[in-house]
Design a protein around this ligand. Structure first.
Ligand SMILES: [Zn+2]
Length: 442
């Protein structure tokens, strides 16, 4: 078995075959750091973190890069508003970003390129595009000449929902064609760099292509992002890669659906935004992670309180089953490192099927049911293997149940509680039970 995944470039489910043997390079468009992220922004960060885990679990040697866009009009405006430098604003919100992503269980990418670290490379890149006739300079603004790319639209024009996005292209009299996009922006406001085209700063679409190329070469295995980035951002990345490298930049283009609030896109102006930093605690972060991961990744999620409560209940059920069995097994010195092969095979089968997470959820709940049955029937050898299987799967998904092994003192209390119950010494049993309850262990 091997992974099959939906490639947005071909609009087909394809067998996943990395370009270089076992090595997988993946690049995911990261945040523009000018404000706090909301739970919709967290969706791709959670999905691709899980994807990296799963590819590693499947034996691939994965390098996962996700950029920080630390220069942009929005950052400049925020800096002016706060009377700070762009650098200070960007650093503050980058730190806030990683704090938020840790809260939902996502580890940092292996590589975190910052746009401002690649300015000379971007200038060379744009210069090259001009020399080859793919770009033109109008009074210090440089635009990409889309008409030079015969199959422009290869990624997005196959999907009707993206046609609407065309409306977002702004009218600019300097451009030869409305589809042309900015590579270099001549600007008087905010931070700017010297270039052969004049003072200014690079455009967003150029940043990602240049960082991709610098880190991974002409073509990478996976390029990912949210569905909203397909057009124009990813389309424009492909156009630039076509022009200079004659590639589609990535072999597999992967897109994750949106998380909507009760049928509407989450947005500040609608006042329906939940910031990740405002989630109550890490448990709440894990409930969100579960909700996001167990929703089919290409579909939009319609978020509401009921959906959140559903996953809160699931999470609580998993946590209770795991906690009870782990402590009992520890007290009996029965913990195991083995796994149930059939369960792991089933997990892989479903994950390899373009991440069929709904079937993974069914599997998890059947494992939890088995755990509870084995716990009741005191079949501890089987229970130990089942519990470790459960933990192995949750680790790949990055779902943390926040249950640690008992320390010596608590382990003693737990053993004494067990013993008193066996001896039917109810008074003593009650005393130890109370102690364990006070520590929040049972
Ligand atoms: Zn990007």
């Amino acid at each position: 078995m091997s992974l099959k995944i939906y490639n947005s470039l071909s609009n087909k489910i394809e067998e996943f075959k990395p370009i270089n043997g076992n090595k997988v390079n993946m690049y995911v468009c990261g945040p523009t750091v000018y404000n706090y992220i909301h739970i919709g922004n967290a969706r791709p960060v959670i999905f691709y973190d899980m994807m990296r885990n799963y590819l590693k679990f499947s034996g691939y040697d994965v390098t996962y890069a996700s950029n920080i866009t630390d220069i942009d009009d929005k950052i400049i405006n925020q800096a002016i508003k706060e009377n700070k430098t762009e650098k200070v604003v960007a650093k503050f919100f980058e730190d806030a970003f990683f704090e938020a992503t840790a809260k939902v269980g996502s580890k940092k990418p292996d590589l975190i390129p910052h746009a401002t670290e690649y300015i000379p490379e971007m200038i060379n890149f744009i210069d090259e595009l001009i020399k080859k006739g793919y770009a033109y300079n109008v009074d210090g603004d440089v635009f990409f000449r889309v008409s030079k790319i015969s199959d422009y639209g290869i990624l997005s024009n196959q999907v009707s929902e993206d046609l609407d996005s065309g409306a977002r292209i702004s009218v600019n009299n300097k451009k030869e064609s409305p589809l042309d996009f900015a590579l270099w922006k001549n600007t008087d406001v905010g931070i700017k760099w010297e270039s052969p085209f004049g003072l200014g700063r690079p455009g967003w679409h150029t940043e990602c292509v240049v960082m991709n190329h610098k880190l991974f070469g002409d073509v990478i295995d996976i390029h990912g992002g949210g569905m909203d980035l397909k057009f124009p951002h990813h389309e424009n990345e492909i156009a630039q890669a076509k022009a200079l490298y004659n590639t589609n930049l990535a072999k597999y283009w992967i897109h994750v659906g949106r998380l909507n609030m009760k049928g509407q896109k989450m947005s500040k102006s609608l006042g329906n935004v939940i910031l990740v930093k405002d989630l109550k605690d890490s448990t709440e972060g894990m409930i969100l992670r579960s909700l996001i991961l167990f929703s089919p990744y290409r579909n939009n999620i319609e978020y509401d309180e009921d959906l959140r409560n559903l996953y809160a209940k699931e999470y609580d059920k998993w946590q209770r089953a795991y906690k009870q069995s782990l402590y009992q097994l520890q007290a009996l010195d029965k913990l195991s490192n083995d796994v149930v092969k059939e369960d792991i095979d089933e997990f892989k089968l479903q994950m390899d099927d373009d991440f069929n997470v709904q079937n993974v959820l069914t599997l998890i709940n059947s494992i939890v049911k088995d755990i509870n049955t084995l716990l009741r029937s005191k079949d501890y050898d089987k229970l130990a293997v089942k519990v470790n299987t459960f933990k192995t799967i949750l680790d790949v998904l990055g779902i943390n149940l926040f249950v640690e092994l008992l320390d010596d003192e608590s382990l003693n209390d737990y053993k004494n509680w067990n013993e008193a119950r066996i001896n039917k010494d109810f008074e003593k049993a009650d005393m130890y039970r109370q102690k364990l309850i006070e520590k929040g262990l049972i």
